[in-house]
Design a protein around this ligand. Structure first.
Ligand code: G3H
Ligand code: ZN
Length: 277
């Protein structure tokens, strides 16, 4: 069933667990992730990024499919807009029925980030939508890794107060789109952020973090764990193998199906590693 992301995050936090959020690029991602959640009987969040929306040309077709997949799921599934860079896209997601969004104005000057994020948060709250924002600029989205970026706890507390956001993405040693799982997390900073902030903290670029460090990060107080690249690596490897095994095939269902199964396997593995008994 579709469950508001804010509820999933709050429940995970109260239970000392995490709320894993996986990025969806095409329909196969959504159905594969939901299949893994059902297999492990655990909640998940399906999220679509502004970049993926740009790829499709619009939010609505894939967004509606994600909402439908969540609604039909046997486990609680959140649907979230990830890294939205414009108010207009946030408004489209709200109109479509997304229960949560991330507004990412981290590329703007600090004062402009505060102003734009506060406006977006007000609009979302007026519509019952949960809002995540980012402070500290987690790198890697443009292909330039910046694992050295850090969120300052005092500045973060002020940002949350001035914007009214419900959750904060923090820079603590990760970078987006890492292909190696050797990010060096700053656990001391996570503790200081946790002490300075009441809202749940979000880890972006989690593909670059080893399973054991992810578990430590959750214990230290990072609640929403965003994972994208790890699933795409498995998807693409499986598609490559399928195409090599069947060089004369033309039916996309064969290789997309292989990719979909690979996403389910990796999602299930991650869910067990993060929130397993
Ligand atoms: O917002 C999405 C995440 O931060 C995913 O990052 O591709 O490095 O796992 P990742
Ligand atoms: Zn991210």
């Amino acid at each position: 069933a579709l469950v508001p992301t804010g509820e999933l995050v709050a429940e995970a936090r109260a239970a000392g667990r995490c709320c894993p959020a996986f990025n969806v690029i095409q329909l196969e991602h959504a159905t594969a992730i939901v299949a893994a959640a059902e297999e492990l009987d655990q909640p998940v969040v399906l999220q679509v990024s502004h970049n993926a929306v740009r790829y499709h040309g619009a939010l609505e077709p894939l967004g509606a499919a994600m909402l439908a997949a969540a609604g039909a799921a046997r486990t609680p599934v959140g649907v979230h807009l990830d890294h939205a860079e414009t108010f207009e896209l946030v408004a489209r997601a709200v109109a479509l029925g997304f229960p949560s969004v991330m507004f990412d104005a981290s590329a703007l000057e600090h004062r402009d980030n505060v102003r734009a994020t506060a406006r977006t948060a007000r609009y979302c709250h007026d519509n019952g939508v949960w809002v995540e924002a980012e402070l500290g600029r987690i790198g890697g989205k443009d292909g330039v890794h910046a694992p050295g970026a850090r969120t300052d706890p005092a500045e973060a507390a002020e940002f949350v107060r001035d914007t009214g956001v419900d959750a904060l993405a923090v820079a603590v040693g990760t970078s987006h789109a890492m292909r190696t799982r050797d990010a060096d997390l700053d656990f001391g900073l996570v503790e200081r952020l946790r002490a300075a902030l009441d809202v749940p903290l979000v880890l972006h670029g989690s593909s670059g973090v080893a399973d054991a460090d992810l578990r430590t990060a959750v214990r230290a107080g990072l609640t929403k764990i965003n994972i994208a690249t790890r699933l795409n690596e498995e998807f693409t490897a499986a598609v490559r193998r399928s195409l090599a095994d069947h060089p004369d095939g033309v039916d996309p269902r064969r290789y997309l199906g292989a990719g979909r199964e690979a996403i389910t396997r990796e999602t299930a593995r991650l869910l067990a590693a993060l929130n397993g008994a």
